[in-house]
Design a protein around this ligand. Structure first.
Ligand code: NAD
Length: 489
């Protein structure tokens, strides 16, 4: 069985890890590879390579640095089908979802190609008589990303292209559950002929992460994952003086008003709740209906949930794949059970689906739970599976109040045909990503991925100008050149 390697200083290197984990196809439970849990010594090796590479890389003109990104975009475009296949194999989502994820990754490469403009500073002549002031942006040094399992290609690309385009050198620590996608992508990175050490890959788990968090030469950490781990990473990395941005968990609500286009709303809400088997940080997890929308939406979404085709994501007819592990399936089924015991009504119960030809896979079918109590555990716990809870209220104000009492603030969406309702919601909803007649309000790469509340710790988000700011430090220069000196020449 293949034991995956790390990519350090421009070379594939076998890990000396004493512990390995199995990488499993969640649709079949077949083992795909083994991933090493790299020890601190290998993090050290990668950091030293990145630190040495930084000395020259920061001096390479931005216009030259981005030539590597143009080349990477071409390689990713050409490799999209092959990499999408790998994402589906190890992560379970459908091929269409995997391809969509890769398009979002590539989009970040495209945006980072604008670094010669995006990285510019500003200046003002004559801040005082004969004195000018300039603000430059300079890279930080070595930075690292710690990624979750659910978007193995896209999420490291919220950071990596910006980091290196700004002149930093980089380390990626993928999720140990889905390390194969980065193996494929680093095979392309290997073809770029970048100076060795500019981009490195270190596989591993908690001990590997801890070594990154504590390393004095790593200047910035970008983390995406669950909120409890985000809190841990944020405080431990900050304790060693690093910049940190941590995107955490979510429990995303949709509000459905009675004037919404019910056919469109149902289709979009179902894609949001059940797409990627609900394992999206922007998956809808609660639908709050207002007034008469309760009956129409509940009937329509129940029909859509029951008819969704679940199976192996490699099958082009399949609309929803498995969840990531057997433990995940057990946790999700346990939460459904607890929800029912707490009074929720199982309108569609997706537990124990029979998937012909994939009997060993970790499947949970689309599940719809009605009559959720606002204080119940199921209404307040991130499920990260294909489960949509329903709550009914009588006014938009009551619905917005339910949205705003949440500890999370990753996304909130409204379905309506009223501009005034949309405007009110856009202004009042306490979430960083807002959808109006949109079910997955994922910001394009040229906007920041703006989580709020417990969905984000830090100040600068991933993607766009936020990423450029995160990966640079400002240098202000105040200059005086007395005019008398010019007479010397
Ligand atoms: P996770 O927190 O379990 O793991 C994320 C990363 O942290 C992995 O690389 C893992 O190796 C590492 N890690 C896990 N436990 C650790 C520990 N105790 N100490 C140090 N490192 C540790 O998350 P996951 O299950 O891979 O991903 C799902 C979660 O990510 C969900 O909560 C989801 O909402 C969230 N997510 C958020 C966003 C966002 O943009 N806000 C995007 C995607 C996923």
């Amino acid at each position: 069985m293949t034991l995956l390697k790390n990519y350090i200083n421009g070379q594939w290197i076998a890990s000396s890890a004493s512990e390995q984990l199995l990488v499993t196809n969640p649709a079949t439970a077949e083992t795909l590879a083994q991933v090493p849990l790299s020890p601190a010594a290998e993090v050290e090796q990668a950091v030293q390579a990145a630190a040495e590479a930084f000395v020259q890389w920061q001096r390479v003109p931005p216009t030259e640095r981005i030539q590597f990104l143009f080349k990477l975009k071409g390689l990713l475009d050409n490799g999209i089908d092959d990499i999408a296949q790998t994402i589906t194999l190890e992560c379970g989502k459908t091929l269409k979802e995997s391809t969509g994820e890769l398009r979002r990754a590539i989009e970040n490469v495209e945006v980072a190609c604008g670094i010669p403009t995006l990285m510019q500073g500003r200046n003002l002549e004559n801040i005082s008589r004969g004195i000018d002031e300039f603000m430059f942006r300079q890279p930080l040094g070595v930075a690292a990303a710690i990624a979750p399992f659910n978007f193995p290609a896209m999420i490291p690309f919220w950071f990596l292209p910006y980091a290196i385009a700004c002149g930093n050198t980089y380390l990626v620590k993928p999720s140990e559950k889905v390390p194969l996608t980065m193996q494929k992508i680093f095979a392309l990175i290997d073809q770029l002929e970048l100076p060795p050490g500019v981009i490195n890959l270190v596989n591993g788990g908690k001990a590997t992460v801890d070594a990154l968090l504590d390393h004095p030469q790593i200047r910035a950490i970008s983390f995406v994952g669950s909120t409890p781990v985000a809190r841990y990473i944020y405080s431990r990395a900050a304790a060693s003086g690093k910049r940190v941005q941590c995107q955490g968990g979510a429990k995303n609500p949709l509000i459905v008003l009675p004037d919404a286009d019910m056919e469109m709303t149902t289709r979009i809400a179902a894609d949001s709740a059940f797409g990627c088997a609900g394992q999206r940080c922007l998956a809808a997890s609660l639908a709050i209906t207002v007034g008469a929308a309760s009956q129409t939406f509940t009937e329509a979404i129940a029909a859509t949930a029951s008819s969704r085709k679940v199976g192996n994501g490699l099958d082009p007819d399949v609309q929803m794949g498995p969840v990531i592990t057997a433990e995940s399936r057990q946790r999700i089924e346990g939460l459904i059970q607890q929800g029912i015991e707490d009074g929720a009504k199982a309108i569609v119960d997706g537990r124990n689906p029979k998937i012909s030809g994939s009997e060993q896979g970790y499947f949970v079918g689309p599940t719809l739970l009605g009559d959720l109590e606002p204080d119940s555990a199921i209404a307040n716990t991130e499920i990260f599976g294909p489960v949509l809870g329903l709550m009914a209220v009588e006014t938009i104000d009551a619905a917005i109040a339910l949205v705003n009492r949440s500890q999370w603030g990753n996304m909130a969406c409204l379905f309506t045909s009223s501009g005034a309702a949309a405007r009110k919601f856009r202004y009042e909803a306490e979430a960083g990503n807002i959808g109006i007649n949109i079910g997955v309000a994922a910001p394009m790469a040229f906007f920041p991925f703006s989580g709020w509340k417990d969905s984000f710790l830090g100040d600068l988000h991933g993607q766009s100008d936020h990423a450029v700011e995160f990966f640079t430090q400002t240098k202000v220069v105040v200059e005086r050149w007395p005019k008398e000196w010019s007479r010397r020449f």
